[in-house]
Design a protein around this ligand. Sequence first.
Ligand code: URP
Ligand code: ZN
Ligand code: ZN
Ligand code: ZN
Length: 477
Amino acid sequence: MSDYDLIIQNGTVATAADVFQADIGIKDGKIVQIGQSLSGAARAIDASGKYVLPGGIDSHVHISQPSGEGIEMADDFESGTLSAVFGGNTTIMPFCLQEKGKSLREVLAAYHALAEGQCYTDVSFHLIISDPSDAVLGQELPALVADGYPSLKVFMTYENLRLDDAQILKTLDVARRTGATVMVHCENEDAIRFLIEKHELAGDVAPRAHASTRPVAVEREATHRALTLAEIVDVPIVIVHVSNGEAMEEIARARTRGVKVVGETCPQYLTLTAKDLDGMDWEGAKLVCSPPPRDEEAQKECWRGIETGAFELFSSDHCPFRYDDQHGKLNPKGRTNFRHIPNGIPGVETRLPILFSQGFMTGRIDLPRFVALTSTNHAKTYGLYPQKGTIAVGADADIAIWDPAIERTIRHADLHDGADYSPYEGINITGWPITTIVAGKPVVENGVLVGTKGDGQYRKAAARQINKHSNLTRVTS
Ligand code: URP
Ligand code: ZN
Ligand code: ZN
Ligand code: ZN
């Protein structure tokens, strides 16, 4: 019997706290030793000249989510997790969307059935609550939080999903009592409706109008309101996909009032602008997502939030639709009016390389901050820590080995998702994850798929500890 199933040798290891030279010994899917000159393994991977990092955790991913009107997402759990694992991720957290009238258990069962046996990475779900009835908030949700499903998202926009303030308050109150974590999509739906009507009357219906009808003020106001509702209930909150400095300032202001808030931003807000929605022949539809990309100034502000710690989470908001497809961006209605272009863009495979290249390799952030933003803070925020999100004895052996010498240009043809384009086409990248190990098993090795679907498992999460009352303090059992 070997001491270890696998040793990763000679690499530069980084966690959210430290960078050090060490070997990592793995047995039965767990890290069992971190030390010098380890031996006695069934096999070894040489990581000389490479970085050995906790596998990425992407806590904001949409897969197989129904969008109505004949629209289909481009990824199922097989293609979505395949793309994720090639991008250095070992866990993704997709959403289970509650359609109105459905019970949460029914919704979870349906997504579990879709994911079962299909995944290359580990998976842990969030719920989307669109129908917060008394039965849902009074009984179902508390039971599910206790049963390992402690995070949920609510929307302030989208006609069929939005909750009003009273519903959000009630949901936050359940979160306070149960230790659930609430993510909020902050955009003012009434203001958006008002602007859409004006644009339609003026015949301004091309993709660029998507950004014009969702201006910064719409996001800033809703962000302020969500933070105020959390303040009133006295419960931590996550503000997802923050796109600009004004919404970020609302988060900073709320923190000075004592609101416990975790802020998230995404690659699109660092790399794209609203002008990119102007593309020829409706090509701007490729970049329609909400909130929309802003301008260069907003990009700078988002970078500032990444550098200073205003944002704790960097997620992809992977929400893939095919472009040239009647079920995707260019559906029969979407090709004539921006309002019918499904919102969302792919990016689960490119999230980590973009931040590694433009954040770490340029010196904007150090390696521990890269790890915190892409892995550790996701595990802490959503109850997967310390099993996941770090390199420590006893943690799951979820590891990405990065080659900082690789120079690549992002081309959709090289990616593994089910969409037919990448919003990041043509961006030059320095550094890429070459080997991804999920629970001790290499799934991608030297850029080649060596694992099989089903290697990834479902992972339950732990609720916040109420007595600690901190958004980043949890103990998983
Ligand atoms: O446009 C986006 N972001 N679509 C995905 C759903 C969401 O709001 O996160
Ligand atoms: Zn959202
Ligand atoms: Zn999203
Ligand atoms: Zn199709």
